[in-house]
Design a protein around this ligand. Structure first.
Ligand code: NAG
Ligand code: NAG
Ligand code: NAG
Ligand code: NAG
Ligand code: NAG
Ligand code: NAG
Ligand code: NAG
Length: 195
């Protein structure tokens, strides 16, 4: 019960902070892959369009896209953001600035779950729904989670062939400790590098 309460308190505190006090925004950074595939290791990730003002996270290497063209990412924290574990990093929200012809919209990252598989897709879209993430002391992106045995930063990122709408290789999160339901998914890490 204690760990569940701690999570609720952290989420509540974050929610209050994000509305009442605004955010501290990090310097811009790029997101890169850690992979056993030498052709992918160190290459970038870019937001890829999947719907009106909705982006997934795709491999820039496979799209032949330049990260710089797509603008960097940022990390928003509040005074209420806690680091439950200093190694795992302060919690906050990963954001991407969508630039239109006459607007700029800071979009938070969330996960879009699929009821028929254990694969969730990171999505950037306008509005409140957002996911609490952290960058650990090696700058690696994790999802901080409280389990029965305590606090655990999780790193269940994969690169999969089958993204929702297009044939990009896109990032997926696997729900639970099992292997991905999609056999095309390979495990990767995601780290940030400052612009
Ligand atoms: C992130 O923080 C900046 C600076 O306070 C703010 O302008 C932006 O709207 C925030 N983005 C999100 C998605 O909350
Ligand atoms: C991938 O790149 C990282 C950082 O440059 C390096 O430390 C690591 O050894 C590389 N992994 C492989 C499998 O080449
Ligand atoms: C990306 O570039 C490589 C090497 O220039 C090329 O072989 C490949 O077909 C390109 N991929 C796409 C999707 O354009
Ligand atoms: C931003 O960071 C400063 C310094 O850590 C802190 O004093 C301030 O309360 C933070 N602001 C918000 C909105 O979180
Ligand atoms: C959006 O941001 C870009 C880059 O900072 C800036 O050049 C542009 O004027 C902004 N557009 C609007 C509508 O604010
Ligand atoms: C985003 O996050 C919220 C709150 O955690 C959740 O209810 C929602 O289902 C998530 N997914 C989407 C696609 O909004
Ligand atoms: C933080 O979490 C990691 C992974 O669970 C663990 O190995 C490490 O000992 C923790 N560090 C602290 C300071 O609690």
């Amino acid at each position: 019960m204690k760990s569940v309460n701690a999570l609720c308190a952290a989420l509540l505190a974050f929610t209050v902070g994000s509305y009442a006090q605004g955010h501290n925004q990090s310097a811009p950074f790029y997101l890169n892959l850690l992979s056993d595939d030498p052709g992918l290791n160190g290459t970038g990730l870019v937001p890829c369009h999947t719907g009106a003002a909705i982006e997934n996270l795709c491999s820039a290497a496979i799209l032949n896209a330049s990260q710089a063209l797509y603008g960097p990412f940022q990390f928003n924290t509040t005074a209420w953001s806690v680091a439950a574990n200093s190694t795992a990093g302060e919690v906050g929200v990963l954001t991407y600035m969508l630039q239109g012809s006459n607007f700029n919209e800071s979009e938070p990252m969330n996960l879009s779950y699929d009821s028929s598989s254990n694969i969730a897709a990171p999505i950037f879209m306008p509005g409140y729904p957002q996911l609490t993430v952290a960058f650990d002391s090696d700058n690696r992106l994790n999802i901080p989670t409280y389990t029965d045995t305590g606090y655990a930063p999780l790193y269940r990122w994969y690169l999969c062939d089958n993204s929702y709408y297009y044939k990009y290789r896109s990032i997926a999160w696997v729900v639970g400790p099992g292997v991905p339901d999609d056999a095309s998914c390979c495990p990767v890490g995601i780290y940030r590098s400052w612009v």
